[in-house]
Write a protein that binds this ligand. Structure first.
Ligand SMILES: *Cc1c(COP(=O)(O)O)cnc(C)c1O
Length: 408
């Protein structure tokens, strides 16, 4: 009998009841705008920033309308402008090169390793080409951040971290987003906390954060923030910085605050699922699992494996056979961009370089979401299905049509 999985790979958990209650309270009083407060009231957004700063150990935190806005705000606050070049990962998601393009800058892509992190040797060779690196911890894989920072510090390159997939994660004990000058986070539905859309920027840099706050659309109300630099830092910056509205609102902040309290707990649940799938796939012929270094404390909201040097046709067959059994896989080797998945050679508004190593790695990268609505039994079943189908295709078994018998 062929086992089939019936879960929804895009189904996140509901908003916790205390988040719903807090959101209802905001809707009842009607003061959704972050600067719309009554005497003595502290806005949900200001409290959220204070709590996220405490969680990450950052001096300053700014809540924003999306992760993409967090990245463009960080780039602008780091004085990146039209024509500037910005180093970034070749393996990432479209909003990352999109943020670079949004400020008129040009991405210079760095190769990816077999463990899906930015290739630090390739980066070392390209540091002379830009003053800023927007490093993306794509799918939660964190490179050797100590070495990355040493390389960038020595070259005078400012580091901005895209932590869309590393909220709650750490490298060598330091929270993700705390290595570079700015850390950017997303609170979009598919990330580690869910407000539909939203983002954070964190930093210890007072002037950079003052610029970011004005950029975000604070008008002259920055003193209502609780995780912001002191007012005197804004003295000149408030005249020199444009207001580019991208604020978070109190409704989303109310939904997020209780979720931040549970982040550690949720991270443990994600990792339990990840380790189960990893154990279920270990030793599958033809399949390689990314190595997760001991210093990397990850939060695995998704799972990646590699089918290294496989023919494209065979990878497509694995994806199709798994889908026929209810397991939705995304392939980063496809020539055409599909849904959320695209690659550097599809971002044709920017120069497309020749990146042979990235081409080779991406040709084998298979990606899967692991939402917390999946039980541990679900994860074990998913691993059995992938293992069986990868093995069958690897051993050249006749695929043909998979006969389905629903077991649940
Ligand atoms: C989702 C995502 C972002 C941007 O987040 P939004 O909130 O959707 O703008 C940035 N980087 C990566 C790698 C992402 O997956």
């Amino acid at each position: 009998m062929v086992e089939v999985f019936n879960g929804q790979f895009t189904q996140q958990e509901p908003i916790p009841e205390d988040g719903i209650a807090a959101a209802n309270a905001v809707m009842r009083h009607g003061r959704l705008h972050r600067y719309n407060t009554v005497k003595g009231e502290i806005a949900e957004t200001a409290l959220l920033e204070e709590e996220f700063a405490a969680l990450t150990g950052a001096k300053y935190c700014l809540a924003l309308g999306s992760g993409g806005i967090a990245m463009t705000t960080a780039l602008r606050a780091a004085a990146v402008g039209p024509g500037d070049r910005v180093l970034s990962n070749a393996f990432t998601l479209a909003p990352v090169p999109g943020a670079i393009a949004a400020v008129g800058a040009v991405p210079i892509y760095v190769e990816v390793t077999d463990d899906l992190t930015i290739d630090l040797d390739d980066l070392a060779g390209k540091l002379g080409q830009a003053k800023v690196l927007l490093v993306s911890h794509m799918r939660g894989h964190i490179c050797d951040m100590d070495r990355l920072m040493a390389l960038c510090d020595a070259a005078g390159v400012t580091v901005i971290e895209d932590c869309a997939h590393t909220m709650g994660a750490a490298w060598n004990g330091a929270p993700s987003g705390r290595h570079g000058r700015f850390g950017c986070f997303s609170t979009q539905t598919y990330k580690h906390v869910n407000s539909g859309e939203g983002g954070f920027l964190i930093s210890d840099d007072a002037e950079g954060m003052a610029r970011a706050i004005i950029l975000s659309g604070s008008y002259m109300l920055y003193e209502r923030h609780r995780a912001a630099p002191p007012a005197e830092v804004f003295a000149q910056i408030r005249y020199e910085t444009p207001n580019i509205s991208g604020r978070m609102d109190n409704l989303r902040a109310a939904i997020l605050r209780p979720q931040l309290q549970r982040l550690g707990e949720q991270a443990a649940r994600w990792n339990e699922r990840y380790r189960l799938v990893e154990a279920g796939l270990a030793g599958t012929p033809g399949l390689r699992l990314p190595v997760r270094p001991e210093k990397e404390a990850f939060v695995a909201s998704s799972f990646q494996f590699l089918l290294p040097d496989w023919e494209a046709e065979k990878v497509r067959e694995v994806v199709a056979r798994c889908l026929a059994r209810g397991v939705e896989l995304k392939w980063f080797g496809a020539a055409e961009p599909v849904a959320f998945t695209s690659r550097y050679d599809s971002w044709r508004y920017a120069p497309v370089p020749v990146l042979p190593q990235t081409d080779r790695v991406l040709a084998g990268v298979v990606d899967m979401r692991l939402p917390l609505t999946f039980s541990l039994e679900d994860c074990a079943l998913i691993a059995r299905i992938i293992r069986a189908e990868v093995s069958a295709v690897f051993q050249g078994e006749e695929g043909g049509t998979v006969t389905l018998e629903v077991v649940k």
